[in-house]
Design a protein around this ligand. Structure first.
Ligand code: HEM
Length: 589
């Protein structure tokens, strides 16, 4: 009904009286619709699982609190640990934004391990983590669900690469060679710095890339970043190091060559995918709008193409020796094409992505773990001394003759304290402090009904690892995850859980009294578990073993002071120390 002001004079009384009634009705309908919409858009908790009341009453869910936390602390991950602690519950839920489904935080090692190890039919890679990788390396198995028809073929392609035989014969010499380049670089830098500490973070990031480049592609010295930095410093006739934080020495660096810069650019892009609201859209958008990124992608593809061709040339000329993952993959493709009676495709996106996945998944992770291991050498002098002592006892002749053990010797000689040192660094500062899964069916966790599609963050840091466990009744667990056979791990001593104490990993053999490394001593989840656990775990452990042993053999790491000794953490794709400085002197001149 359309009533104008002048109509009021002539309209019958009943019509005029009905106007406010109608307006009132409309307001009630609109209000109810708004209320229904509001209620519909409010977060919907999974019954029984604790959550923040305020978040459940906000259309933005937990986002305002998370944003405020990140603004204040610059990191998200401790907020997740705090959430579990605040609610005193191993399973809690929160909402990552408007209209979001609940995301669960599971802060219980035993339950997480059970899910990762034995419940692959109910939980798989989350949709979000698939969409993070599907743009940049969509043909790598990291970007696939386990039931993806391509998954098995991809895993077959890389199945030799983490076997002890392949790692020891092919990869270890590459790691050793690159670690030696770093020793040469730091010998020179120690001279230049004249007893002052210098920043080693970028050197470690470069070393980790050299190693993974060599392991994946067998790249030669012309592509070795550490070697180029060494040549660059040697080429400078005279210079005085500058002064950096806390009196440290700043030593110049040469810019990366374009191929290496392209790899770094691409790695940086994958990092930004983690922060994107929609990684699926962010990738193509970035490729279209960033000429640097699109050039980096073209350059990386050209680098792989060139290396594939080099490998093929070598094979054609009768040199069938395997120097890297690429050689193995090419020969595997050759054999399976012959068996299937088809033409081999050495330039398939599957081969390119599986190879480049070494860098995407293995570079930042290894760099951050080595950075912590170096940091702890300076901070924890007794552990460093003990490491040096066990190495000299294990290789007395080498020590006497001032020659370092070879890669093969470092691999085959039992070095329980070194293993304990490495695990302790990973336990205290897990570079990947959480593992994600998504429920692929309606299921249960600790007796709570979990709808299909729910995402779960399983903490590899916090309660059970460096903080006392949050209690949970064993009767809530599935039968299959109870008992020592299904959960063979001990618990960490509550009195010193947050201390750096490698000895916690060591046991004495009942009969011989000999010390050995016990991987089940207590909770540890730095590499995840199960069929989708870290593919590169053995490579990472081999790499850290060789690098730490050689560095400790060659250098004394003196304590550093002030801010340089701080344990401040940088949260990016992985967590690494903000300050990673070393003050070193050579052991053998
Ligand atoms: C200390 C170094 C490393 C750490 C801490 C680490 C940690 C992890 C973690 C926590 C996961 C997820 C596991 C899960 O979801 O259950 C993972 C997955 C993966 N990692 Fe590592 N990683 C390291 C080094 C490497 C290296 C050197 C490679 C080299 C190839 C690698 C390749 C992968 C791949 C391909 C996956 C995905 C596996 C899949 O989707 O099935 N990682 N890593």
């Amino acid at each position: 009904m359309d009533i104008k002001p002048q109509d009021f004079l002539s309209a019958p009384l009943t019509t005029i009286q009905s106007v406010p009634v109608l307006a009132g009705c409309l307001a009630i309908v609109a209000g109810s619709a708004l209320y229904c919409g509001y209620s519909w858009a409010l977060p919907k908790p999974i019954p029984g699982i604790p959550y923040d009341k305020a978040a459940s009453q906000s259309l933005l869910g937990s986002l305002p609190e998370i944003s405020a936390y990140i603004k204040k602390h610059g990191r998200l991950r401790p907020w997740l640990v705090g959430h579990s602690k605040r609610h005193g519950s191993v399973l809690t839920q929160f909402w990552m934004g408007p209209l979001a489904k609940p995301t669960l935080i599971l802060a219980d090692f035993q339950e997480s391990r059970d899910i990762l190890l034995r419940r692959g039919k109910e939980f798989d890679r989350s949709s979000r983590s698939i969409s993070i990788f599907s743009g940049p390396i969509g043909h790598h198995h990291i970007a696939m669900r386990s039931d993806d028809p391509r998954f098995k073929g991809n895993k077959d392609l890389v199945r030799d690469l983490m076997t002890p035989a392949f790692l020891h014969q092919v990869t270890a010499p590459q790691i050793y060679d690159k670690a030696q380049q770093l020793i040469d670089l730091w010998t020179l830098k120690a001279d230049l710095a004249q007893s002052r500490p210098f920043d080693v973070k970028q050197d470690i990031v470069d070393l980790a890339l050299d190693i993974i480049n060599a392991a994946a592609f067998g790249l030669g010295d012309d592509m070795c970043i550490t070697k180029r930095q060494l040549d660059f410093l040697n080429s400078l006739s005279q210079f005085e190091p500058g002064i950096g934080p806390a009196g440290s020495a700043t030593i110049p660096r040469e810019a990366h060559i374009p191929d290496i810069a392209a790899i770094y650019e691409f790695g940086h892009h994958v990092g930004t995918q983690f922060k994107a609201i929609s990684p699926k859209l962010a990738h193509p958008y970035k490729v279209l709008t960033s000429p640097t990124l699109s050039k980096a992608i073209a350059r990386k593809n050209e680098l792989i193409r060139r290396e594939v061709e080099k490998t093929l040339d070598r094979i054609r000329t009768g040199d069938a020796g395997t120097r890297s993952a690429m050689d193995n993959i090419i020969m595997r493709e050759m054999a399976s094409a012959e068996k299937a009676g088809r033409e081999p495709d050495y330039h398939s996106p599957q081969i390119y992505d599986e190879l480049f996945g070494f860098i995407v998944a293995g570079h930042d992770t290894s760099a951050s773990s080595i950075a912590w291991m170096i940091k702890w050498l300076g901070v924890n002098q007794p552990a460093q001394k003990k490491l040096r002592q066990v190495l000299s006892e294990a290789f007395p002749d080498h020590h006497r003759d001032h020659r370092q053990p070879s890669a093969a010797e470092l691999i085959k000689t039992p070095l329980p304290y070194l293993e304990a040192y490495i695990q302790e660094c990973l336990r205290l500062d897990a570079p990947v402090p959480l593992t994600q899964r998504e429920a692929t069916v309606d299921t249960e966790i600790l007796g709570y009904k979990i709808p299909k599609g729910t995402e779960i963050f399983m903490l590899a840091s916090g309660p059970g690892f460096q903080l006392p466990e949050i209690p949970v009744g064993d009767d809530l667990r599935r039968e299959a995850s109870r008992g020592p056979n299904h959960h063979p791990y001990g618990q960490w001593d509550h009195d010193n859980m947050d201390d750096f104490h490698p000895e916690r990993w060591l046991k004495a053999d009942d009969e011989s009294g000999k010390e050995y490394f016990d991987p089940y001593a207590g909770p540890m989840m730095s590499f995840g578990f199960g069929p989708r656990g870290c593919f590169g775990r053995r490579l990472a452990l081999l790499e850290t073993r060789i690098v730490v042993a050689l560095l400790v053999w060659n250098f004394e790491f003196h304590p550093v002071d002030g801010v340089l000794a701080s344990r401040e953490i940088a949260d990016a794709i992985t967590t690494s120390p903000v300050y990673c400085y070393a003050r070193v002197s050579k052991i053998f001149e």
